[in-house]
Ligand binder design. Structure first.
Ligand code: GLU
Length: 435
């Protein structure tokens, strides 16, 4: 037998520096979440190291011609965290604060989310560090196409399927699909989801994340005896996710009392006129300047009297600095990673139920899965069928997670991680280690 001198024994638990838990930021938060779940994984815990290392990280240079004749370079990423259960799946975000740590964490949360709702995908995520508002439409298109070409070596309908995320939309998905298809020599609609409906997109995809937030939010409310039809709701971010969730809660009788976005914070105790607010946001780009509401400071948003709080903007919004002031009984995470671990503990101590991102906002990727299936079969379903299937998957996933939380006396976040990590590591074990 091969003798390995003790000084050179492989230290399988030491991580490369960029994966280190001490490393602050979103990836460090993910590692702490995995540590919390490890004791509940039984025999599967021996595979847990798999989750602490993304399978593949690609950093790309994205040079483009700017309209003024200069050349600018952007930094882009695509991270495939895990592909044990199927192709990588997750969005692409364009934001000036995008970092590798963030994209790594977001890709890992996609692995958890996809396993939690049991769609046959691994987890992936991409991004470009750019403020897209500073680009012309032509620059945005050139940047999207060059980025797609650069990550083209690892994406594909059976490998890794991008989708919209922060600041990316149907048009950007159309350019990504076209670029990939031109490079392949044939149209491959299944390479991205969240496409325009006329280009292989799915009905109901645009509203799916918000609809999922609403669906599981109603389920969670039932369990804590919170009546949705009389609840007061506060929403941060009023785009695709927060806007749709706010609309559905208002239609169910709830009063949307406060909304915050990059244009400021508005409040109305009697409830905002949500249909009109949506029109205003559509026309002006933000809630700023909306008539029929009081303007309050952004910090005051966190202490408005409400029953349900929906952070549906960016990560790390609920922090130790504001978690103690939150009045809601239920927090539904429409955004990815909006609550820091310290804030999570404070909310837990204050008996505020947190419905975590990895289940609450999984409606988007669930309908992405329907889109991908429809693209493969070139047979498209009607919206009622899509919504009915979405609601069924979300309710089933919620009830499994709720049960695990009760059985183990853990938070819904840890329970979702238990369900998801077991599924991922079970497939890991079945597949075995190659070679
Ligand atoms: N970006 C969305 C998310 O974070 C959707 C991802 C997808 O549809 O692949 O879940």
């Amino acid at each position: 037998m091969l003798q390995v001198p003790s000084t050179t024994a492989p230290t399988v638990h030491s991580l490369p520096s960029y994966l280190n838990a001490d490393h602050l930021g979103p990836w460090g938060i993910f590692l702490k979440q995995v540590d919390r779940v490890e004791p509940y994984l039984g025999n599967l815990a021996r595979w847990v190291e798999t989750l602490k290392r993304p399978k593949r990280i690609l950093v790309v240079d994205v040079p483009i011609h700017m309209d003024d004749g200069t050349v600018r370079h952007f930094e882009g990423y695509r991270v495939q965290h895990n592909t044990s259960r199927g192709p990588g799946k997750g969005g692409v975000r364009f934001h000036q604060d995008v970092t590798l740590s963030e994209v790594m964490a977001l890709s890992a949360w996609m692995s958890i989310k996809n396993a939690a709702v049991n769609v046959p995908y691994g987890g992936a995520k991409g991004g470009i560090r750019v403020d897209p508002k500073t680009l012309s439409r032509g620059e945005l298109e050139r940047m999207t196409r060059r980025y797609t070409s650069e990550i083209g070596i690892i994406i594909g309908p059976n490998k890794d399927i991008p989708a919209p995320d922060v600041n990316t939309n149907e048009q950007i998905m159309a350019w990504m699909m076209d670029t990939y298809s031109m490079n392949q020599g044939s149209t491959a609609t299944g390479v991205v989801t969240g496409k325009p409906v006329d280009l292989g997109g799915s009905l109901g995809r645009r509203e799916a994340t918000g609809r999922g937030v609403f669906t599981v939010g109603v389920e969670a409310a039932k369990h804590i005896g919170l009546e949705v039809s009389t609840a007061r709701v506060a929403v941060q971010g009023f785009g695709n996710v927060g806007g749709v969730a706010g609309k559905l809660f208002a239609e169910a009788g709830a009063r949307v009392v406060a909304v915050q976005d990059h244009g400021g914070t508005i409040y109305r105790e009697a409830g905002l006129d949500v249909p009109n607010l949506l029109k205003h946001v559509q026309a002006t780009g933000s809630v700023g300047g909306f008539e029929g509401a009081e303007v309050i400071s952004n910090d005051k948003f966190w202490e408005v009297p409400c029953d349900i709080l929906i952070p549906a903007a960016l990560e790390q919004q609920i922090t130790a600095a504001n978690a103690g002031r939150i009045q809601a009984r239920l927090v539904i995470e429409g955004a990815n990673g909006p609550t820091t671990p310290e804030a999570d503990d404070i909310l837990h101590e204050r008996n505020i139920l947190v419905l975590p991102d990895v289940i609450a906002n999984a409606g988007g990727v669930t309908v992405s899965y329907f889109e991908w299936v429809q693209d493969f079969s070139s047979f498209f379903w009607d919206e009622d069928e899509i919504n009915a299937r979405l609601v069924r998957i979300m309710k089933e996933a919620f009830s499994a997670v709720w049960q695990v939380a009760q059985d183990n006396k853990v938070s819904l976040r840890t329970a979702t991680f238990i369900v998801a990590c077991k599924r991922i590591l079970h497939t890991r074990e079945l597949r075995g280690l190659y070679p």
